[in-house]
Design a protein around this ligand. Structure first.
Ligand SMILES: NC(=O)c1ccc[n+]([C@@H]2O[C@H](COP(=O)([O-])OP(=O)(O)OC[C@H]3O[C@@H](n4cnc5c(N)ncnc54)[C@H](OP(=O)(O)O)[C@@H]3O)[C@@H](O)[C@H]2O)c1
Length: 243
């Protein structure tokens, strides 16, 4: 069913990390605003479930299994998105991974994984989508960082470093694209109750965290501001503050 009042009717969004957690909530929220949505992550079954949910609510989705650490997979993702929907109006880079713990116990492999997915994956995805948006003369990129990029959180030094990179990357990209009609924003959420916390033994109180739907509402706001205004950095915290 189409509804001319929906803010993203006729628009196309590409969301990484769309199989679960925040990315899934963002994909559903953008679809509810009328966007056709390309869904990327590695787990095919989770992507299929998100796509089915969008289909059931009358939206359009295309699942494209993708590892954001792979340049060629990202090229395929963008190619398949264009083949399905012809344009990309909104990019949300929500794919991410987190391992928390003291620096002295940190495993190099965990640091490498966080940098590869959280920072390099965002860089590769943006680079692949930017030429499409520049050609269109319009588009909104929303990179998901974290409050850990801006405030010191014990146990999150490596994760925070990867996310601080995302903030710096987003600021630089925003300047580069200012004249091209493409806006770039970066979102710094506090703790969100998602499966990301399942593997963390000492997770903060999940009942006090942000709901993924609340964060998705902020993403929709960033994506639907009228042209000429850009929400370039948005910190979103649970009512109780950082946990
Ligand atoms: N949860 C929080 O408290 C919180 C707070 C601030 C910021 N964030 C950020 O928000 C984003 C979403 O996190 P979340 O809490 O929703 O985490 P999540 O529930 O663990 O979901 C992470 C998503 O990223 C995907 N992903 C991970 N590695 C990937 C890879 N190599 N290639 C493609 N997709 C990959 C996962 O799918 P596959 O594993 O199937 O690939 C999954 O869909 C992340 O960037 C996270 O750092 C989270």
């Amino acid at each position: 069913m189409t509804d001319a009042r929906r803010a993203l009717e006729g628009r196309v969004a590409l969301v990484t990390g769309a199989g679960r957690g925040l990315g899934r909530a963002v994909a559903l929220a953008l679809a509810a605003e009328g966007a056709a949505v390309a869904l990327a992550a590695r787990s095919e079954a989770e992507l299929a479930a998100t796509a089915a949910e969008i289909d059931r609510s009358g939206g359009r989705a295309r699942a494209v299994p993708t590892d954001v650490t792979s340049e060629s997979a990202i090229e395929t993702l963008v190619r398949e998105t264009l083949a399905a929907f012809a344009r990309v109006d909104v990019l949300v880079t929500a794919a991410g991974t987190a391992v928390f713990g003291p620096v002295a116990d940190g495993k190099t492999a965990d640091w490498d994984a966080m940098l590869a997915v959280n920072l390099r994956g965002v860089m590769l995805t943006c680079r692949a989508v930017v030429p499409v948006m520049v050609r269109q003369g319009s588009g909104t990129i929303i990179n998901v960082a974290s409050i850990a990029a801006a405030r010191a959180i014990p146990g999150a030094a490596a994760y925070g470093a990867s996310k601080a990179g995302v903030v710096a990357w987003s600021r630089g990209l925003a300047e580069e694209l200012r004249g091209a009609g493409v806006r770039v924003g970066v979102l710094l959420p506090g703790a969100i109750d998602t499966p990301l916390w399942n593997a963390t033994a000492s997770a903060p109180d999940r009942a006090k965290m942000l709901r993924p739907e609340q964060v998705a509402a902020a993403v929709v706001l960033m994506a639907t501001l009228p042209a000429g205004a850009a929400l370039e950095e948005l910190t979103l915290l649970p009512a109780g503050g950082i946990l």
